[in-house]
Design a protein around this ligand. Sequence first.
Ligand code: PLP
Length: 390
Amino acid sequence: MIYLDSNATTQPAPEVVAALLPFLQEDWQNPSSAYLSARRVRDALAQARHSLARLLNAQPSEITFTSGGTESINAVHASVRALRPQLPRLVISGTEHPAVLESAQRWQQSGGEVTRVRVTRDGRVDLDHLRHCVQPGLTALVSLMWANNETGVIHPLAEITEIAHAAGAQVHTDAVQAAGKIPLDVHAVPVDFLSLSGHKFHAPKGIGALYISRKTRFSPLILGGGQEGGRRSGTENVPYIVGLGVAAESMRQSLTDGTADRVRQMRDHFEESLLSADPSIQRNGDPLHRLPTTSSLTFPGLEASEMLILLDKAGLCCSAGSACHSASVHPSHVLEAMGHDARHAASTLRFSFSRLNTHEETQTAAGLITQAAAKLRELAADSTGPVTHG
Ligand code: PLP
């Protein structure tokens, strides 16, 4: 199997699995217990919090462990809505993940209003429109992703934060796809809240974190025993938190030891191989502001769903730019918000890479994709050719 779907989820890294297992087998005590043997568990939690803080250039006390990206996002929206009821507006974009889009609906149902800032055809937030959307005295929160899961497009978060803060709005960023893949620094880009998820960077599924700036008030979504400094109650998922910490440390190192550059080169060579074989392929998203791990490609005239079947048979895992629900295919809301039509979306595939991929396998993948596209074009040509009666 060649796995090029790391934006969906990543393979847990061997060092992550090795680090978390002892916390299932030996050090399984409740971190809140008073006896000595629970101390090692508490220390491990503190160590993981420290690793997450280093990844973001934050303070450990600003990190809260959660069950993942979706919970972190919902918790921020609920908190801001509760604490700033006099400011009814939430600003999002049309390219957000469903976790933000659905949570925004609840904001609206609670009597708030939701404004969608435009994105350009390259998928980046239109900053002039954002200035217009964040009216002072009206806007409680701007919630925009740092990088997009379908296209990899990176938003200008520094400018977004400056514009939002100047209007008195707080800033939340869904950094689920960006964390560990590009440098994130909450000092340089002073967002109020940041959500991330472990399974997008080689930790297990069901564990994530929420950065809450120490300057920002927060009202918890989950109440109970007061764990996580009262910000997220419930006994901590220690093994997965340990895994998350180790994964964060590996990703932090990968940003400076050449690993992230190797992934970018792999992605670029993959795209070059495909484009040299078929120049009609179109790349989606701003070419200069894109995650090094993501390639969203449109194959004009081809059905992504048919490509997926052929590629799956050939042992290549990737995904379509449009989500398939039962029998009907919905066009990707991300490509739609960027101004592309349903036809374009239905011909789009997403390939996403990680440090666990090799150059050889990504080149093999490019060959398999070229073959699959050629086969489908051949079949299409046969079916539209002259009808013979025999
Ligand atoms: N935000 C983005 C951009 C994502 O890609 C995802 C996962 O697909 C999420 C949020 C949700 O994260 P989780 O799966 O940890 O709930």
